[in-house]
Design a binder for this molecule. Structure first.
Ligand code: PLP
Length: 418
C-alpha cells in the first residue's frame, strides 16, 4: 500500500479464510504491504497481528551477537511476558536464544515445549510454594527473590528436589527507574542493606547468590544502566562475588516517532560498564552474565491492524470505535512514551491504501468492550477516517497480545506470519 494513490497491483494470491476459528497464516517472506492487502481484502472485519519473521531474526541477532560478544558466559534471556506467541518463541529458539526469563510455571512449561533444553529462570520475585515446586520439577534451578521469606520459600519448596548448592538465587536490587516510562522499582527490588543480609541468608542455606536489577521499562536514559551496574558492584564488593549478574530489560522502542532510540547503543553502554569490572564480579568460571530484553526484542517486528467499527460525534468531539481496546492490545493505553502512534489504512476498490497523515484532527478513540473505561488517549488522525477503515499500529509486538483478557468474550486476534 502506498501514501495516497496505490502504485502496485493487487497480488493474485488470496489467504484461505476461515471465519470459524481464528486465522493463523504462515506465508512466504513478502512485504507487509502485499500481505496486508491480501489479508484485509479477504477479511475486512478481522483484526490481526502481522509478524515479520526476518525482522525479528535481525533483532534477535543484535542481542545474541552484540551483548558482551567476547564472553562465552554472557547471553540474552528473553522476557517471555513481552510476547509469548508460539511463532515468536519458535523464531527465538531457531535463532539460538535458549535462556528465558519466565514469570510463572505456565511460561516455563511453554518454553520447555518449544525446546526441552531451554534454560528457564523463574524471575518473578513473588511466587506460590506450589509454583516453586512445579518449577523445580521442570528442572528450574535459578530463582529471583526480594525478601527473606522468599528465600525460605525457595529453599523449603525445592528441598529434596534440587541440591541447595545447585540453586542460584538472584536477589533483585532496587534501582533508579526515573528515566523509564514504566517504573518497576515501586513494586520490585530490595535496598542495599536488605540485599546484603539476603546474600548472607542464601549462603547460610548452602545456596548460591546472584544479583539482578531492572532500570524500568522503556528506559530513555542508557546511563541508568551504568549506575545500576555500579550499585550492584557496591554490594558485591561488600558481600563477596556472585554466580549470576543480570542487568535486566528496559531498552526502549521507538513508538511515537518523536525520539529515536538505538538498541545497539544501549548494548554498547552496558557492555562498557561491565567490561570495567568483569574480573571482580564472579566467583567461578561457570558464571552467567545476563541481559533480559522483552519489549526491545519484539515490539517493532509486529504490526497490528484493527478495523474501525464506527464514527460518531459525541458532544464537541469526533469519536471512533475500534475492534480492540484496553482489555485487548492497549493495556496500558496511556503511558507516556509507550503510546502507540496510529496510521489509517483504507480499502479503495481492490487496493488497500495508507491514508496520508496530512489533514488531521483530534479524535476520541474508544475500544469495543461494554466498559466506558475502555478508552484510549485521543489521537490525531485523518479528518475523513470512517467506519470500514483500519487502524495501523506499527510497533505492536510487546505487551499487546500478551496482556489481553477475555473480557466481554472477545477472542485473540488473527496472526499472519510472513
Ligand atoms: C525481571 C524482568 N526482566 C525483564 C523484563 C523485560 O523488560 P522490558 O520489556 O522493559 O525489556 C521485565 C519486565 O517487566 C522483568 O520483570
Amino acid at each position: 500500500m502506498v501514501h495516497g494513490m496505490p502504485d502496485f497491483p493487487l497480488s493474485s494470491r488470496r489467504l484461505n479464510v476461515d471465519h470459524v476459528s481464528k486465522l493463523e497464516q504462515l506465508m512466504p517472506q513478502t512485504s507487509f504491504e502485499e500481505i496486508a492487502t491480501d489479508f484485509l481484502l479477504a477479511n475486512p472485519e478481522e483484526s490481526a497481528y502481522f509478524l515479520d519473521s526476518n525482522h525479528l531474526r535481525v533483532r534477535v541477532g543484535l542481542f545474541r551477537d552484540q551483548f558482551m560478544p567476547e564472553d562465552k558466559n554472557a547471553f540474552p534471556a528473553y522476557a517471555v511476558k513481552a510476547n509469548s506467541n508460539e511463532h515468536v518463541l519458535r523464531i527465538l529458539n531457531e535463532e539460538g536464544i535458549n535462556h528465558f526469563d519466565c514469570a510463572t510455571p505456565t511460561e516455563i512449561r511453554m518454553m520447555n515445549g518449544i525446546n526441552q533444553k531451554s534454560i528457564n529462570f523463574y524471575n518473578n520475585p513473588l511466587k506460590r510454594n506450589c509454583d516453586i515446586v512445579d518449577a523445580a520439577h521442570m528442572g528450574v534451578k535459578h530463582f529471583t527473590v526480594q525478601t527473606h521469606d522468599e528465600i525460605q520459600k525457595v529453599f523449603m519448596s525445592t528441598y529434596g528436589l534440587i541440591k541447595p548448592e545447585d540453586l542460584e538465587i538472584a536477589v533483585r536490587l532496587q534501582t533508579l527507574n526515573n528515566a523509564a516510562a514504566i517504573n518497576l522499582s515501586t513494586k520490585f527490588g530490595a535496598s542495599v542493606p536488605e540485599v546484603t543480609s539476603m546474600f548472607e541468608h542464601i549462603r547460610s542455606l548452602g545456596m548460591v547468590p546472584g544479583i539482578s536489577v531492572h532500570t524500568g521499562s522503556q528506559n530513555s536514559d542508557p546511563k541508568t544502566f551504568h549506575t545500576a551496574i555500579e550499585k550492584m558492584m557496591d554490594v558485591i564488593k561488600r558481600e563477596g562475588r556472585v554466580n549470576t549478574l543480570n542487568v535486566g530489560g528496559g531498552i526502549p522502542v521507538n513508538y511515537c516517532g518523536d525520539r529515536e532510540y538505538d538498541i545497539g547503543y544501549y548494548i554498547q553502554v552496558i557492555n562498557e560498564s561491565l567490561r570495567g569490572i568483569i574480573g571482580e564480579i564472579f566467583d567461578n568460571d561457570s558464571y552467567k552474565l545476563i541481559i533480559e530484553p522483552g519489549r526491545s526484542m519484539v515490539a517493532d517486528s509486529i504490526k497490528l491492524v484493527v478495523p474501525v467499527l464506527s464514527r460518531e460525534k459525541r458532544g464537541y468531539m469526533d469519536s471512533i470505535y475500534i475492534h480492540d481496546g484496553i482489555f485487548g492490545s492497549f493495556n496500558p493505553a496511556d503511558t507516556p512514551n509507550v503510546e502507540a502512534a496510529f496510521k489509517v489504512l483504507r480499502q479503495e476498490g481492490n487496493q488497500i491504501i495508507e491514508v496520508p497523515m496530512d489533514d488531521l484532527q483530534k479524535f476520541e478513540v474508544f475500544g469495543c468492550s461494554c466498559d466506558s473505561a475502555d478508552k484510549l488517549p485521543n489521537k490525531m488522525l485523518p479528518k475523513d477516517v470512517k467506519a470500514g477503515d483500519f487502524i495501523l499500529h506499527e510497533t505492536a509486538g510487546a505487551y499487546t497480545s500478551a496482556c489481553r483478557s477475555d473480557f466481554n468474550g472477545y477472542s485473540e486476534h488473527s496472526w499472519v506470519i510472513y
